[in-house]
Write a protein that binds this ligand. Structure first.
Ligand code: CA
Length: 237
């Protein structure tokens, strides 16, 4: 992605935090738009097609959870970072499976936000450059095909409707199909962070990915759980 083309939408009703977000994301190379309204945010996502949305949980009209749900339902694949006022809300929010890519609690460190935003924008390249420099642009395993450059994944010739995070997760697993991926490695590879608590974040995205691959939760035809370690992409029998 060309740096000048990066667009971010900040959805935040606190003016001070909004200013800080604009500053941090501007320094990270994003052209930033802002709104204090959840409803307005939904319209803007359609018009602006942002790469990244920072979404406050507590908004005066629609709350962040509902905005994120509607944003996904409308087909937006923007990276979404939810900002919450309380640390202990994050686990509950992750459990709701609203389609957010990452979570951060306030007050957040500008450096942490910047690092996460930059990691998100690097993701398509990370899959290749970390560990597998010569891997082909199209990865394949059985009926599963992932065109990393084109960002299209398909199963048995049918295109899968994946969020960006699900795509990155699948592409990473497929870059080492017989490898057992620990949760820490996946966090580092896909989210660019090693937060121990984020293991739950992986479980939820793996769960969504499994559903879209038609995996039975117990048999795990494609994504197998290696107990106490992490995940491995199965051969798809
Ligand atoms: Ca708020």
């Amino acid at each position: 992605m060309d740096e000048q083309d990066r667009r971010a939408l900040v959805v935040e009703d606190d003016a001070d935090i909004r200013t800080l977000l604009v500053q941090v994301l501007g320094q990270a190379g994003f052209a930033v738009e802002t709104t204090a309204s959840g409803r307005d945010a939904l319209g803007r996502v359609q018009r602006v097609d942002p790469d990244l949305v920072t979404l406050d949980l507590g908004l005066p009209d629609l709350d962040g959870v509902e905005v994120c749900r509607q944003l996904r339902a409308s087909g937006s694949d923007a990276y979404v970072i939810m900002l919450t006022a309380r640390d202990d809300e994050i686990d509950r929010l992750i459990g709701l499976e609203i389609g957010a890519d990452d979570y951060l609690s306030k007050p957040f460190s500008p450096r942490e936000l910047r690092a996460r935003a930059m990691a998100m924008m690097r993701r398509p390249r990370r899959v290749f450059r970390d560990g597998t420099p010569d891997s082909p642009a199209v990865l394949q395993l059985g009926e599963l095909t992932v065109d990393v450059d084109g960002r299209v994944a398909s199963l048995g010739g049918e295109e899968l409707d994946l969020t960006r995070t699900e795509f990155d997760l699948l592409a990473t697993l497929l870059s080492g199909p017989r490898r057992v991926w620990t949760r820490d490695t996946l966090l580092h590879q896909v989210w660019g962070t090693n937060w121990a608590r984020d293991a739950h974040l992986i479980e939820v995205h793996i769960g969504n990915l499994r559903r879209k691959l038609g995996d039975d939760s117990r048999s795990g035809r494609w994504i197998r759980t290696v107990r106490g370690v992490g995940y491995r992409l199965g051969p798809g029998v």
